[in-house]
Design a protein around this ligand. Structure first.
Ligand code: SAM
Length: 456
């Protein structure tokens, strides 16, 4: 979820930037998105027409104080992909110059971000240009951020590459993934932390798989058009249930909302805008069930972690606490344990047979909890040895034994490589895989522990 919710508005035409910002703020929007350079200038530049040197090519920078430029205006860059990918050298050069000029002006104004459309098809040169212009080390454009705007859903493309949105799907039209378009673009030249995807939310939402793919990307904003809203019984604009759910999942990854509203001439447009904004703030602030995996991984997205070395070091309480929040891992351990118990103790022996389970590297006991819960769920009996070499975690295990587990668990404060158990195990449970499968030295530790098993 973004720390502070921001709702922006996308404005097609802005005759007066000062007025547009004041007007939008009165409606409740925090940001406006509008074209950075004049249309005429951009078109002339792309087509090679002579420019009128007396005409200002962009906004009057003194129209707004820097604080407003820096926080409240997102500059829309001219659509140049067709030209940057052209086979004609001069066309490509002019597009590159225009891009350069726009980014230079965005830098001059200190805009927090710029928006550039990304279309299906070739984008290699565009990607290269953006990369080179936003990553110039310590250079001129190095603080410009570019949001690449594309639709969230598949568009349809004919085999020869022409985009065809209106036609029915047929043999010569294959769906292409919008995510693939982004992926190709960023694979060529990914200016990490300078280029981000921003998505148009379609009225007909794509499959959840497609949405999930996007949720793995650093999506900065979702464009919502008025058409996505429906009226409730009282006549207020609301979003369909699934759309609400999708938007909330994008809030979870820090995306903001930008509304695309029809150009309103009526004095009533404030009322409409306020209704949309209030609804979106309501969505943002209302309680909802956050995805447990996302909750657990929050703050660790896209960062390489230096691997832990729990054999050499004693892990601290807060480190245990972080990985104990992983719901998937522990659920799967518990399921596996339940299956193993049913496999090893037939139904007719469930009241007479007790299995010996050793949890080696028990930490603060989550796997012990899972083993006990699994045994409970399938009504099988077990006796657990919890082996742990970190004396501080052993203290936790002893607390849990005293207050929760009782005689079902025996705590062994020892390095498993030095332990000589008095009885053998039916099942050994461990979780020493670590980030790279070997940085916790699991082979070195578990190889010796195999001898604890019955029959070894
Ligand atoms: C990644 S943690 C997992 C802890 C716990 N099983 C869990 O899932 O939360 C690995 C644990 O194994 C312990 N450990 C590592 N090597 C060990 C060894 N040779 N003998 C006993 N414990 C060991 C560490 O101290 C640490 O508590």
């Amino acid at each position: 979820m973004p720390k502070k919710m921001s709702v922006g508005i996308y404005l097609e035409e802005v005759p007066d930037i000062q007025h547009a910002l004041t007007d939008s703020r009165e409606s409740g929007f925090n940001t406006i998105c509008c074209e950075l350079l004049t249309k005429k200038y951009s078109l002339n530049e792309l087509s090679g027409e002579e420019q009128n040197c007396e005409e200002p090519f962009g906004w009057f920078d003194m129209a707004l104080p820097s604080a407003d430029w820096n926080s409240s205006v997102v500059g829309v860059l001219s659509d140049v992909q067709e030209q940057t990918e052209s086979h004609i050298f001069n066309v490509r050069t002019r597009a590159s110059q225009l891009l350069e000029k726009q980014m230079g002006y965005a830098h001059h104004l200190g805009l927090p971000a710029t928006i550039l459309n990304l279309h299906p098809g070739d984008s290699c040169n565009l990607s290269r240009l953006i990369y080179s212009k936003v990553t110039t080390d310590g250079g001129y454009h190095s603080n410009v951020v570019v949001w690449m705007r594309l639709p969230m859903v598949h568009s349809k493309q004919t085999v020869n590459g022409a985009i065809d949105v209106g036609r029915e799907e047929s043999d010569d039209i294959q769906p292409i993934s919008s995510w693939n378009t982004w992926n190709t673009f960023r694979t060529v030249g990914y200016a990490e932390r300078r280029t981000f995807p921003v998505l148009d939310l379609p009225v007909d939402l794509p499959d959840q798989d497609e949405i999930d793919r996007w949720l793995g990307e650093p999506v900065k904003a979702i464009f919502i058009s008025e058409e996505s809203f429906i009226s409730n019984q009282k006549g207020f604009p609301v979003l369909p249930k699934r759309t609400q759910h999708v938007i909330r999942s994008f809030f979870d990854i820090g995306a903001q909302v930008i509304m695309i509203c029809k150009p309103e001439k009526s004095p009533n447009h404030y009322v409409h805008h306020k209704q949309y904004i209030e609804y979106i703030y309501g969505l943002y602030t209302s309680e909802w069930e956050e995805d447990p995996v996302r909750k657990y991984t929050k703050g660790y997205e896209d960062y390489l972690q230096s691997p832990l070395q729990p054999l050499m070091d004693n892990l601290e309480a807060n480190t245990y606490e972080v990985f104990e929040r992983d719901p998937t891992k522990y659920n799967l351990y518990q399921k596996a344990m339940a299956k193993a118990l049913v496999f090893k103790i037939p139904e007719d022996q469930k009241d007479t047979k007790t299995l010996v389970v050793m949890v080696v590297g028990a930490g603060r006991g989550p796997l012990i909890r899972n083993c006990l819960a699994a045994a409970d769920s399938v009504q099988r009996r077990i006796k657990i040895y919890a082996v742990e070499k970190n004396i501080n975690a052993v203290c936790t295990l002893l607390h849990l034994k005293k207050h929760v587990w009782g005689d079902a668990v025996t705590v062994i404060s020892c390095d498993m490589r030095e332990w000589h158990p008095k009885e053998k195990a039916d099942i050994i449970v461990s979780e020493l895989l670590g980030s790279f499968g070997d940085n916790e030295l699991s082979p070195e530790c578990l190889d010796g522990a195999q001898t604890f098993l019955k029959g070894s």
